[in-house]
Structure formats: C-alpha cells, structure tokens
Design a protein. Structure first.
Length: 431
C-alpha cells in the first residue's frame, strides 16, 4: 500500500451506516483493511458450520453437532490510536449495537486507552498433613530457585520464547479441616492462555514439594483468579455527546449504586461481561475462565462490587475505567483448531495476547456504558425490545421479508411481543 495513510475520520467513515449493509457487504469493507482476507475465508465466515464433524469429534467427547452463535462486528473502536473491527459472538440483539454506539461517543476525545500487566498465571499446589506449616513455608521459599528450575523443564518452547516460571510464593490457610500450606508458582505465559503449561508444572513439582516439606500434595491446578494478569481501559465522553451534564450525573449515580450494592453489581457486571465474553467466544478463548476470574475479582475490596468506575471530571464530562483479570491467548487450544477463531483474530489484527486482552476490556467498558446510559435515561426495555423484535418475529414463524415487516409493525405499535408477532403473521398471510 502506498501514499498517505487515511486519517481516523476517513477510515471511520467507511463504517457509517454499517448496520444497514448485508453481511457480505460488511465483509467487503473489512477486506479493504485486510487485503489478504481471501474469498475462501469470506465464504467460511458466511457459513454457519465451518467445523466438520471429524474435527468436532476430536474437540469434545460424545460430539453430535455444532451450536452456531451469530458473529457481528463492533465498529467505531479507536484503541491506543489504532482502529479495530471487533468480532463478537453473541445471541443477544442489543449488545453489539450498544458497544458500537458507545465507542462512537469516545472518538472526539481520542477513543480508548488500554494497557495490561505481564501475562502471569498462578499455579497452586495444596499440601496437607504438615505438623509445622510455618517451617514448610520457609523451606519452600528457601528452595525457590530449585522449584523454578524444575518447573521450567515442562515447557521448553515457552521458556525459549522468554516465558516460564518466574517466582514461588507460599501461604498458610486455616480451613474447616485444619491448616494447610499452598505453594504458588507464578508463570509468565506470554501469548498463551497458559492452563496446560501451568497445570503441567504443578504436576511435575508435586513429588519435589512432598520431599521438601514432608507433607502430602493433594490438588495441583492453576487459578482462574488471574489477578496478576490484569487489563485496564479508560475513556472520556464529552457531556454534550450524552445530552448534558445532568445525564453525566445520572450515570455517575447509577455507577455508585453498582459499586455499593451486590444485587445491582451482579447485573451491572453481567453487562460488562456481555461485551467481554462475546469477544472471548469469537476468538475461542475460555469464556468460563474469564467470567469466573472477573466475578472473583469484583470482590477484591471485601464485598462484591462493580468492575467499572464512572466519574464526572472537572470539566463536567464523563470518565470511565475498567480493571479486570484477562487470561487470554492467541496461540494453542481451540484458537488453533477453530478456523472461525483464527479468522476473528485475523480481522482483529492483534499481535499478542496482551493486545487481545486490552481489546476485550475496552469492549466491556463500552458495553457497560451503553447499558448504564440507557438505564439512566430512557430505560433498558425501549432500545432492547426494538432490536429484539426481529428475533420475536423469527420465533413466531416469520421468514424472509416477512421478518422485517412484522418487526417494523410491532415497533410502530410499540407492542413488541411474541403473541402480537403471531397475530401479525396470520393477518399478513391472509392478505
């Protein structure tokens, strides 16, 4: 490619009216940014079942088929001065639209900034039957170098690339069955999620740990509370973009509710994870691990609270931030066996697990803004049901052009219900 690089505004203009296009038309726009996106890959993305049963049978036990999930592209995202089109796999109608709209609100202030810590995962080794737990802790820490050396024999590739076991921690916990020592291995997983590498290390270390402490090793497994593998993101939205300073105040008050009340925080964080999990699923990362880690991290201050924070700055504008564990990978696992995941990563143009983690955190923050803004203004139902109308029409039996007609009529009547969709189908079929 030669010539002057298009400005952000010129690039983003391509996505004006993106939601009005057909799936193929959207992919053609993406192809302009990714010239090596082939016709075969575009065809693959257009199919509902890219995985053949032979592959599926090797991925899970007792395989019988594939559960397709819609994939949409979130646009308008400017992150660390780079424009992204973000594949999201989700069945909920309003999520991608809300993320796109929220991202657009940040463009005049430079979009989002994001960062991560090192890609450190924790492997835990549980040690029982210790007469002197304090002594066992001292022995483990004294033999830290030996433990690290043996752990690093498990994954030569990871070590050669600059990763591997970095540190050893030990702690005593008092449980209902007595005191036990937990030896923790800190592992830099680089661009892998790291579960297999960390679990292998804990398995190999078990005999050594028993010899050193004289105790009995029971569990040896990684932790999904990846609080040493954090992703951060933040943004600023001008008050004018939201409808005035009173809207900023409303959003801040709604956010304070989620920070203080676990019942509200659970739904608030579910909205955050709507965005994050959709990105994680599209890239075939482990949604369950990410969700477990995020919700556990939400208790870091001693009570279950919000993963995001929204404040009003000195100018009266809205500032948002998110801090969340993000153990993702771009190599290994299902990301390599699932061709759609590989294509999603290609469209994302991320070069590291750290960059993918930043993108996912940003989408979580944007989705949260969309939800909390709706709640603090018109309410969640109006926008959600408008987008849900087509799903209801399909559920009621509408096909082809009838889907849009039924959905449009329900929105016009402000009566988006399954029963009304059934009535409209009968009326239109009679005509």
């Amino acid at each position: 490619m030669t010539g002057k690089k298009p400005s952000y505004n010129e690039q983003l203009k391509k996505f004006s009216g993106f939601y009005k296009l057909t799936g193929l038309e959207r992919l053609r726009i993406i192809q302009e940014y990714i010239p090596d996106l082939t016709e075969a890959e575009i065809e693959l993305f257009s199919k509902s079942g890219p995985l053949d049963m032979d592959t599926v049978n090797r991925m899970v036990e007792n395989a019988v088929g594939i559960m397709p999930i819609p994939i949409g592209l979130a646009v308008n995202f400017l992150i660390n001065n780079k424009i992204y089109s973000i594949p999201m796999a989700i069945e909920e109608p309003s999520v991608i639209a809300a993320a796109c709209n929220s991202a657009k609100l940040t463009l005049s202030t430079g979009g989002f900034t994001a960062s991560t810590t090192e890609q450190i995962m924790i492997g835990q080794i549980q040690i029982l039957d210790l007469s002197e737990p304090e002594k066992a802790v001292k022995i483990l820490l004294k033999n830290k170098a030996k433990i690290i050396d043996i752990a690093n024999t498990c994954d030569k590739t990871l070590v050669d690339l600059g990763g591997g076991a970095r540190d050893v921690q030990a702690k005593i916990i008092d449980t209902r069955v007595g005191k036990m020592v937990i030896c923790e291995i800190l592992v830099d997983c680089l661009d892998a999620m790291g579960a297999n590498a960390v679990n292998s290390m804990t398995e190999v270390l078990a005999p050594l740990i028993e010899d050193l402490t004289g105790g009995k090793v029971l569990l040896r497994i990684l932790s999904n509370l990846a609080d040493k593998r954090l992703a951060y993101a933040k943004c600023v939205i001008p008050k004018e973009k939201l409808g005035g300073e009173h809207i900023v105040d409303n959003i801040v008050a709604a956010a304070a509710f989620a920070e203080s009340d676990p019942y509200r925080a659970a739904t608030h964080n579910k909205g955050v994870m709507n965005g994050i999990s959709a990105v994680i699923l599209a890239t075939a990362n482990d949604t369950r691990a990410i969700e477990a880690g995020a919700h556990a991290y939400a208790v870091k201050d001693g009570h279950y609270g919000s993963l995001t924070k929204w404040i009003k700055n000195n100018n009266g504008d809205l500032e948002g931030s998110i801090e969340v564990p993000m153990a993702v990978g771009i190599v290994g696992g299902a990301t390599r066996t699932n061709p759609i995941a590989q294509l999603a990563l290609k469209i994302l143009r991320v070069e590291s697990a750290s960059e993918l983690a930043q993108v996912a955190a940003v989408v979580g923050l944007a989705q949260n803004l969309g939800a909390i803004r709706a709640l603090a203004t018109t309410g969640i139902i109006k926008g959600h049901m408008k987008l849900h109308s087509k799903n209801l029409a399909i559920s009621a039996g509408a096909k082809g052009e009838l889907i849009d007609k039924i959905a449009g009529k329900m929105i016009e009547e402000d009566n988006v219900k399954f029963s009304r969709a059934k009535e409209l189908i009968e009326e239109m079929q009679q005509k």
